[in-house]
Design a protein around this ligand. Structure first.
Ligand SMILES: Nc1ncnc2c1ncn2[C@@H]1O[C@H](COP(=O)(O)OP(=O)(O)O)[C@@H](O)[C@H]1O
Ligand SMILES: [Mg+2]
Length: 376
């Protein structure tokens, strides 16, 4: 089973014209909509990452009904965790999680297909709703026009990502690869979906083995992962959310560097060096490591670019010690989002986001807090 390695940016936005019909072998579908999915016609590639290639696809008789299909090469005996996690979440239909319509397996084509068949290798195709943009491309396109995301949009996007995390974390699922590439966006309706569950894991007792530390793309990797902890929790996603929130304002990654040591240095230069107690909660076996004290210039550097409330939220999300990091539900209650919880709030032009339709699974331990956010 391959370990997922973090993907560097850039690769993910190739959109090439590679039209290809799919004719999966009979009996390979695992979905009641098999006759429909069987007919899917793959069109261009809309994204690629570490393990998957994502195609735009449509039904031949309904070309306007489009889907995204993530094709992943895998062994037939290997239980794909991405699929397992998507299935677990699909039961609830959370508005911030990419919707899976179904999935099917097929043998790779041609000569390589024979080898694959011998080795028992198949393509898993996950059929999802299609979203026009991911946050990485949206930010990049705006940056190329010397623009950045408007504050009203950032607020809506951040709310929805945090809601997705409230839900995932309530199910004990940690995403472990949150980054702008894995946040799908519809810039017209302002809807957001978290995608790419390829690194996600259910941390519930009895289900999980040891956690690997080499996970999450470098710029979004929490300090406990950078310091090789294998006992981390859902707080690693909260750190990544802090990185994404900052990036939405400054249009580039907050902690950009080419290797782990440099990211750590970058983080410390923003936030300051950890106190011994912080270091113990990051990774007890590194508790004795002493760093040359650095006074964080975080506020100084970002104060001019990020308004006071979201900057305060960034600070709460980017606590070095995972224990001190705000929870996803507390994020929603932060004053940055107060406008969304006011009765008089109207969404930006075209905005059609369901903001407060909290699901029972999402409410979980947070019922009082979340109910308090519903405008009355
Ligand atoms: N449902 C979707 N609709 C549109 N584009 C998508 C969809 N899912 C993924 N993509 C695009 O494909 C890219 C790769 O998909 P992802 O699931 O992240 O694969 P990987 O595990 O290889 O990173 C994403 O960064 C995004 O740009
Ligand atoms: Mg991805």
């Amino acid at each position: 089973m391959p370990n997922r390695v973090h993907a560097e940016p850039a690769k993910s936005q190739q959109r090439s014209a590679a039209a290809k019909s799919v004719a999966p072998s009979p009996g390979t579908f695992r979905n009641e909509k098999r006759t429909q999915l069987c007919m899917l016609r793959m069109m261009e590639v809309v994204g690629s990452g570490t393990f998957g290639v994502v195609f735009l696809a449509s039904l031949p008789d309904k070309p306007s009904t489009i889907f995204a299909v993530k094709k992943i090469l895998q062994s037939r005996s290997f239980k794909n965790r991405e699929l397992e996690i998507l299935k677990e979440m699909a039961v609830h239909q959370h508005p911030s999680i990419v919707k899976m319509h179904g999935y099917f397996y097929e043998l790779p084509d041609g000569a390589s297909g024979r080898v694959a068949a011998e080795k028992n290798i198949v393509h898993l195709n996950i059929v999802m709703e299609y979203m026009e943009y991911d946050l990485f491309r949206l930010i990049s396109e705006l940056r190329d026009q010397a623009k950045s995301l408007p504050l009203v949009d950032i607020r809506l996007y951040a709310w929805q990502i945090a809601r997705g995390l409230v839900f995932m974390h309530a199910l004990n699922i940690v995403h472990r690869d949150l980054k702008p590439h894995n946040i799908l966006v519809n810039p017209r309706t302002k809807e957001v979906r978290i995608c790419d569950m390829g690194s996600a894991k259910n941390l519930a007792l009895g289900k999980s083995g040891p956690n690997i530390a080499y996970i999450t793309s470098r710029c979004y990797r929490a300090p406990e992962l950078l310091f090789d902890s294998i006992e981390y929790g859902v707080e690693v996603d909260i750190w990544s959310l802090g990185c994404i929130l900052g990036e939405m304002f400054i249009s580039r990654p907050l902690f950009r560097a080419n290797d782990t040591a440099s990211v750590i240095k970058e983080i410390f230069s923003y936030i300051g060096t950890p106190e011994p107690a912080d270091m113990r909660s990051i990774n007890p076996s590194h508790a004795a490591v002493a760093f040359e004290p650095t006074e964080g210039r975080f506020f100084k550097a970002l104060g001019g670019k990020i308004a006071e409330q979201p900057l305060d939220l960034c600070f709460e999300l980017l606590r070095l010690s995972p224990e001190q990091r705000i929870s996803a539900a507390e994020v929603l209650a932060h004053s940055f989002f107060s406008p969304l919880c006011s009765k008089s709030y109207t969404q930006p032009n075209g905005g059609a986001v369901q903001l407060h339709n909290f699901l029972p699974a999402e409410m979980h331990d947070n019922r009082v807090l979340l109910e308090g956010l519903i405008p009355n």
